[in-house]
Design a protein around this ligand. Sequence first.
Ligand code: NAD
Length: 269
Amino acid sequence: MRSISELQSLADFWGIITGGGGHVGQAAAAALMELGANVVLWDRSKAALDIASANLAEYKNQLYTICCDLAIEEDIVKGVEQYREISSGRLNFLINNAAFVGTDNLTGWAVPFEQQSYDTFSKCIDVNLAAPFLLTKLCMPLFEITSTGCRSVVNISSIYGVVGPQMAMYEGTNLGNPAAYATSKAGLMQFTTWLSSVGAPNIRANNIVLGGIYRNQDEAFVEKYIQRVPLRRMATEEDIKGAVIFLCSELSNYMTGQSIVLDGGWTAI
Ligand SMILES: NC(=O)c1ccc[n+]([C@@H]2O[C@H](COP(=O)([O-])OP(=O)(O)OC[C@H]3O[C@@H](n4cnc5c(N)ncnc54)[C@H](O)[C@@H]3O)[C@@H](O)[C@H]2O)c1
């Protein structure tokens, strides 16, 4: 029987994190690299990728970036080709993390329902749901030729893919809760369930379901939010590290089609 440290070792692992220039993507990369993984960050923002690379420079494993707009099919296809060359085709984990998020400044997005835009709804579904579908599909041949370590897909979802919003929390703030975001995250979770069956036994697929992360939001909003959370605080990026390591390593070898919910208890009450 292997030891815990052998099971959690990510030495020589290779993987992709989409939205790797963002907050959660960088925290996931730091955790994976600390345990030995080689990571390829994907993001549409070259500037965000450059900052992420600088922030992760302390880790001595291999770190690459691919600048790619996940709203564009051709970009995803090219990105997978680029990834194949970088990693010699080896793929142990794919973290579908990039998303249009609630705080994005988009037209007809974080506004009352009657003002939410059909066009932005569709674009959100493209990036948050159709892109993970296509990227995962194109990655299947790479998983197939990877003979050592894990073959794990991790989809980053949200409590709003599970429960409805409490709109009173947003009153008097510039924050909102778009239907498109919630719908895309619920769809992503069902894609995970579907994939855990269809992709087995070659790959495992699981979700990380996140609650709201503290980023200096409006004080009144934060106060109302934490009153609703049993652990009485919002999440931090650090909170995701353990779940990322668990799901991307052999620690979770017998787990597929499930969710790890990191929400301070939001969905438990
Ligand atoms: N922040 C939260 O409170 C929270 C809560 C629950 C779930 N989540 C989920 O966590 C994940 C990461 O969110 P975050 O808080 O780090 O957000 P973030 O905005 O810091 O990072 C998201 C990254 O995705 C990239 N991205 C967006 N659209 C893209 C596209 N079309 N192509 C390529 N890259 C694109 C952005 O450039 C950005 O770097 C998301 O899936 C989000 O839904 C976040």
